[in-house]
Design a protein around this ligand. Structure first.
Ligand SMILES: [Zn+2]
Length: 104
């Protein structure tokens, strides 16, 4: 887990409302690294467009756009680290890098 989970939390329900609706790993479309983990926790009307920017030095690509339905948390994967999260044109852009084997 990382600090962005707390920083980015605009979830308005109480913790007891949380469900586990499943995780979706978003890969970089260019280098295919698993970059972030979307964890859906509650059905709602909320719709969020997400795109992940791959900040790997030898890639600089991005994921495909992904539409998240409902409430969710953004986390890193066991191979990646979130660098920054920003809002742009109604889309949530997440900068992430993937770690090479053996790095922590
Ligand atoms: Zn990449």
């Amino acid at each position: 887990m990382n600090d962005y989970n707390d920083d980015y939390d605009d979830f308005e329900g109480s913790a007891s409302d949380l469900e586990d609706l499943g995780h979706t790993i978003i890969d970089c479309a260019d280098c295919h690294s698993p970059l972030i983990d979307i964890w859906r926790v509650q059905e709602s009307e909320r719709r969020t467009d997400i795109k992940v920017i791959c900040d790997n030095p030898d890639c600089q690509g991005s994921s495909w756009k992904y539409l998240v339905e409902g409430e969710f948390y953004i986390g890193c994967t066991d191979k990646s680290r979130i660098v920054d999260i920003e809002e742009s044109d109604g889309m949530t852009l997440i900068h992430a890098v993937s770690q090479k084997e053996g790095e922590v």
